[in-house]
Every structure is written in C-alpha cells, then in structure tokens.
Design a protein around this ligand. Structure first.
Ligand code: TMP
Length: 213
C-alpha cells in the first residue's frame, strides 16, 4: 500500500471538524483524485448505521464494552470498504478520528484501560497505523465552554459526559502525543481557526510532500 493515512484527533470543542473542512477545501483543488476524506465512526453505510446506535440519546444504558466493540466494528468495516482500497490506490486519506479516539474515550474515559482497547483495535485494524496523526490540543474547560455555546442544538449521547470524563480523555491524548511523538503532532487549538488551518497544512505538506509537488 503506497497511500498515506492522516488522522485527526482531539476532544469535543477543539474545532477539529471546522478546521478539517477548511483544510479540505484548500487542498482538494490541488490534489483532486489523490484525496479521500472520511470520518469515524462512519464513512460507509454499515458504519454510519453503527454510528447512529452509538450516539442515540435513547441508548443511555449502553455498556462501556458494548460501546468499544461498536466503535471497533464500525472501524473494521470502514477500513475494509474505504481506507484500505484508497491506500492501495496510492491516495492520501484524511480521516476524522481513528484508534486513538477509542484509546482516549473508551480506554481512559470509560476506564476500560488502554491495553484492552489496543488489543480489540488490533483485531479490527490488523495492526494498521496512521502515518501521521494531528492532535488538536485544547484545555478541557475551553472545550466544554465551546460545546455549551455552539452545539446546544445537536448534543448527542457522548456530548453529555461530565467534566471528569473529559479530563481523562484529555490526559490520555496528552500521554499518547508525548509517547508517540513520531506519529502524533500536537496543534494548539486555542489559536484562531486560520492559524490552526495554517499549522495543520504546514505539517501535512512536510510529512507527505509527495502529494504537493
Ligand atoms: P465527533 O464528535 O468527532 O463526530 O465524534 C463522535 C463522538 O464519538 C465523539 O464524542 C468521540 C466519540 N468517539 C469515541 O468515543 N470513540 C471512538 O473510537 C471514536 C471514533 C469516536
């Protein structure tokens, strides 16, 4: 597989999706068919259906391991249907969230533990790792304030978690970014969207220069 997989991570309110949409609109004209953009959980019919079960506000009694299995199942289908074929075609895949989200949210946030989530996801991915992960780093308080302000109209089951949950998620991302510094690049998400977009573009162009010649 000679394509490249770039993933985007961060807690709620970090501005990841807004920045990603702008980045795509900037590089799409340049890259054309070399670019594939997608998101987790989702990216194909089966995985979007699993996503609906996961985020449904009626599913309040979902067990933490059930949730982890559903994310891993959605990821497996997404990889097989979309990511691996794109990598085989040599495309650049930009994916909003991947295994690191499960490690942070289910492993740390839900307390299942990193080792169990890694094992589960190794089964789902057969060990496939991103070439680069961009981590939108934002203090928990700032993220939660932003959710309250901008997302009150579309609060899903996972948005309803408490402050402590997000502290655990944030700490897990922080540890991963420190430990896997070759793969995970930290972006200061307290900056303006323009600055964030410009930082991310610079990193992508540096790390996968073959697409920007
Ligand atoms: P989004 O806000 O980026 O659309 O992601 C949907 C929610 O799913 C968000 O609260 C993060 C959560 N999530 C996990 O808990 N584990 C995962 O593996 C993934 C991909 C997302």
């Amino acid at each position: 597989m000679n394509g490249k997989l770039v993933t985007f991570e961060g807690s709620e309110g970090a501005g990841k999706t807004t920045a990603l949409n702008r980045i795509i609109s900037i590089i799409e004209p340049q890259l054309g068919n070399d670019l594939v953009t997608t998101r987790e959980p989702g990216g194909n019919v089966i995985s979007e259906e699993i996503r609906n079960i996961i985020v449904d506000s009626r599913n309040q009694n979902m067990d933490a391991r059930t949730e982890a299995l559903l994310f891993a199942a959605a990821r497996r289908q997404h990889l097989v249907e979309k990511i691996i074929p794109a990598l085989k075609r040599g495309q650049l895949v930009l994916c909003d969230r991947f295994v690191e989200s499960s490690i942070a949210y289910q492993g740390a946030g839900r307390g299942i533990g990193e080792a169990a989530i890694k094992n589960l996801n190794d089964f789902a991915t057969e060990g496939l790792k991103p070439d680069l992960t961009i981590y939108f780093d934002l203090p928990v308080e700032v993220g939660l304030e932003r959710i309250k302000k901008y997302r009150s109209d579309e609060v899903n089951r996972l948005d309803k978690e408490k402050h402590d949950f997000y502290v655990k998620v944030h700490n897990a991302y922080d540890e991963m970014a420190t430990r896997q510094s070759e793969q995970i690049v930290r972006i200061d998400a307290t900056q303006t969207v323009e600055q964030v977009v410009s930082d991310v573009l610079a990193i992508i162009e540096k790390r996968v220069p073959e697409y920007f010649k």
